[in-house]
Design a protein around this ligand. Structure first.
Ligand code: CA
Length: 236
C-alpha cells in the first residue's frame, strides 16, 4: 500500500517507511537535530487505542499532560512529533482561527506554560533555492504534519481577526525573531505556543527545537489512512 508524503519542496509518492525516513533525513541532519533521529512510524495498537480527549472537525486531540503515559514528559520538538506519531497523530497544526482559538482556550483553562506544535521553519536541505520561501522569517514557515504553508508571519492569516504571532519577545520585536541565534547560533526553527512568557498573552513564537516542552497531538489523516489500509479490520 502506498500513501503520499510530500517533502515541502518535492512531491514524492513512496512507501511510508522510506518516505518518513527520507523526510527526516532531508529535514533532520541539518535542521537542528544533531542526534540524526528519524520520524517514528505509527503503532497500530496504539493508534486504535489513542487518547481522544477532545474533537474538532473530525480530528481527535489530546494534551500530553492529560495522558498518564505522557504526563510529566517534556520533550524536544522532534520527540513530541514522534510520540504523537506512534498514535497515528502528529503535533498539532493550527491552520484555522477556530482551531487556534480551541488550543489557546485549552492553554488558558489549564494554565499550560507552553506547547509544541508541528510548525517548522523550512531551513533544511531541500528548502534552499525556493524563492517563494524568502524571506524565511516571513514566508518560510509550514506545518510539518501536513506540509501546509503558514501565512506570511507579518499578516493576519486569511479569515482571521488577529495575527497569532506574538508582537514581542526576547528582543522586544515581533515574532519570529530568531532571538536565540544571536545568543548561541542556534536557529529558532520550531513553532511553540507560549503562555504569557513575555507578558504577551498566549501567542506563537519561534523557538529553538531542542527545548523540552509538553505538546498537543492531533489525528494525522495520513498515518490513520496508512494504518487502516495495512491493518484490515482494525478499528481506529
Ligand atoms: Ca522567538
Amino acid at each position: 500500500m502506498k500513501i503520499t508524503l510530500f517533502a515541502l519542496t518535492a512531491c514524492c509518492c513512496v512507501l511510508v517507511c522510506s518516505a518518513a525516513i527520507n523526510e527526516v533525513k532531508s529535514g533532520g541532519s541539518k535542521s537542528g537535530d544533531p542526534k540524526g533521529r528519524f520520524l517514528s512510524l505509527p503503532n497500530p495498537n496504539k493508534c486504535a487505542s489513542r487518547p481522544k480527549k477532545f474533537q474538532f472537525k473530525g480530528h481527535n486531540y489530546f494534551y500530553s499532560e492529560d495522558v498518564p503515559a505522557l504526563a510529566g514528559k517534556r520533550v524536544d520538538w522532534l520527540e513530541a512529533r514522534n510520540l504523537c506519531r506512534e498514535y497515528c497523530m502528529d503535533a498539532v497544526s493550527l491552520e484555522t482561527q477556530d482551531e487556534n482559538n480551541l488550543i489557546f482556550k485549552l492553554i488558558q483553562e489549564n494554565d499550560v506554560p507552553y506547547i509544541w506544535t508541528s510548525g517548522r521553519l523550512c531551513d533544511f536541505d531541500g528548502c534552499e533555492g525556493r524563492k517563494d520561501l524568502l524571506p524565511k522569517n516571513l514566508n518560510g514557515w509550514f506545518w510539518s504534519a501536513n506540509r501546509e504553508k503558514v501565512t506570511p508571519t507579518n499578516r493576519n492569516p486569511p479569515g482571521w481577526g488577529y495575527n497569532p504571532w506574538s508582537q514581542t519577545g526576547h528582543k522586544k520585536i515581533a515574532q519570529p525573531d530568531n532571538a536565540e541565534f544571536d545568543i548561541n547560533q542556534t536557529s529558532e526553527s520550531c513553532l511553540s505556543v507560549l503562555n504569557n512568557v513575555y507578558n504577551d498573552g498566549i501567542a506563537w513564537h519561534d523557538v529553538a527545537c531542542y527545548h523540552e516542552k509538553p505538546f498537543v497531538c492531533e489525528d494525522s489523516d495520513e498515518l490513520l489512512n496508512y494504518v487502516a489500509a495495512t491493518n484490515p479490520g482494525l478499528r481506529l
